[in-house]
Write a protein that binds this ligand. Structure first.
Ligand code: SF4
Length: 218
């Protein structure tokens, strides 16, 4: 009984690394982006290794995340990045269902797994999440295959429309980086959203700032 209660509690929250909105470089239009916390893939050259620890970040009520999204009138959609969203598929699906019961928002999700793996061997929650997605970006980040690509880091990663929502628009978009956005906070901290054109972006950026007399604290 205690186990069941714990399980029920889990699905009311999502553990996240960060959330920002609006973001225009991780999918079509203005999007609320949620970087979930927890990833087991450990890709070499991952741009957010701080998101790997499954106990890191913060747990947020799904209802709070839904309110945050629905309070923003101009959004085209939501992007789930990571971390590994498929490790919290049940909570993310619940969030999507809550939001879409009020607004028709497009859903983009990143995953380190291949679509075929999730379709054939994914658990019920992962398969239910796939059913809710308009666009999936799949595959691990492979540093040696880094490229200047639309919303992806390496050439093995695929942009897969799982509904018709973005299918036509994707055909008209150039397959190159959508650029980066710097989001600042009142305390002086900042976060860079987007997929850089070059690998090893963080070290290069920190080095360039150091040359200008600015030391970044990661
Ligand atoms: S799947 Fe994404 S978050 Fe996880 S290690 Fe690879 S690049 Fe990083």
């Amino acid at each position: 009984m205690e186990e069941e209660t714990k399980e029920a509690e889990k699905t009311e929250k999502i553990r996240i690394f960060l959330r920002r909105s609006p973001v225009s470089v991780l999918g079509l239009g203005k999007r609320a982006v949620i970087w979930v916390q927890g990833c087991t893939h450990a890709c070499k050259g991952c741009i957010v290794p701080e998101s790997w620890d499954a106990d890191g970040g913060e747990e947020i009520e799904i209802s709070e995340l839904a309110t945050w999204i629905l309070e923003q009138p101009d959004l085209e959609g939501i992007t789930f990045s990571g971390g590994e969203p498929m490790l919290q598929a049940e909570g993310i699906t619940s969030l999507i269902e809550t939001v879409q019961s009020h607004r028709d928002l497009g859903i983009l999700c990143y995953t380190g797994y291949r679509l075929e793996y999730l379709q054939q061997r994914g658990n019920q929650h992962q398969q239910a999440l796939l059913d809710r997605l308009d666009l999936l970006i799949d595959g691990l980040y492979v540093e040696s295959l880094h490229g200047d690509l639309l919303w992806r880091g390496s050439t093995n990663q695929r942009l897969l429309p799982l509904s018709d929502r973005y299918r036509q628009a994707l055909k008209n978009l150039p397959d190159r980086s959508a650029g980066l956005e710097i989001h600042t906070d009142p305390d002086g901290s900042f976060f860079v959203a987007g997929v850089p054109q070059q690998p090893n972006f963080r070290d290069q950026f920190a080095s360039q700032m150091r040359d200008r007399g600015i030391t970044l604290t990661i």
